[in-house]
Design a protein. Structure first.
Length: 241
């Protein structure tokens, strides 16, 4: 088979690992469960909507679908992987349903949604017998999920654009807040009233801000700017989103 020639791990284990038989099926299922469990544990440790069981089930579904397609192809000679394609569509639907809008008008679950689709693809490649490819892709996925958030946070803090969640004691202070921001060198790009807090007694907004003053761009981080704004007496709460 092609994967016996191209996959180093399958070649090292022997021809049985590349073929579809009882032992190779067991190996692929065990590897799939282990790798997806590692990814799911990482997500669960950060309290995301999809955790250990979800990632394992989605990945196993991809592996089982691909192995079933390979078996049907061997039995019938058909070259269409219908079950794998259907499983990927279902995984995409599950991933889409993991998205939600928070009370602060943020779309949450994008990374988890993408992770579920990738996890299903890992199951498909492992079910096809591409052990090395799956292992390398799993390592790359874990690197993206575990190591890149720190770099992403640094790049985000150096950006001249950011958004804040702002709670004012009264809507009458909004104009004053905008004027103060302009004096500091902040341009208000967009203001949205947050309907989730209508009956809370607070005036709550999601505000997009651009830093226009050169001194702020060079020497102030988003956190320092927000800390300065939080000292305003009419600001009940403020944080970056």
């Amino acid at each position: 088979m092609m994967n016996a020639i191209t996959d180093p791990i399958a070649r090292a284990l022997g021809p049985w690992a590349a073929e579809l038989n009882g032992w190779s099926v067991l190996l692929r299922i065990l590897c799939c469960a282990l790798l997806s469990a590692v990814i799911g544990t990482e997500r669960a440790s950060k309290r995301h909507t999809a955790g250990l069981r979800t990632f394992m089930l989605v990945s196993l579904a991809g592996a089982l679908a691909m192995m079933a397609d390979l078996w049907l192809q061997k039995q019938t000679g058909a070259g269409i992987f219908l079950l794998s394609a259907a499983t990927l569509v279902c995984a995409t639907l599950i991933a889409t349903n993991s998205l939600f809008i928070s009370s602060r008008n943020q779309i949450k679950g994008i990374t988890t949604s993408a992770g579920l689709m990738v996890s299903c693809m890992l199951g498909v490649t492992l079910g096809a017998g591409y052990y090395t490819l799956t292992l390398a892709a799993t390592a790359a996925m874990l690197f993206c999920l575990s190591m890149l958030p720190a770099l992403e946070g640094t790049l985000k803090d150096r950006s001249n654009h950011f958004e804040i969640h702002l709670e004012l004691t009264s809507s009458h202070h909004l104009r004053e807040f905008v004027a103060t921001g302009r004096e500091l060198g902040l341009k208000i790009d967009d203001i949205e009233t947050n309907p989730a807090y209508i009956n809370s007694g607070l005036s709550v907004y999601s505000i997009a801000i651009s830093i226009t003053r050169q001194e702020l761009k060079k020497f102030k981080t988003h956190r320092e700017i927000i800390e300065a704004l939080s000292t305003l007496e009419y600001v009940s709460h403020i944080e970056e989103i």
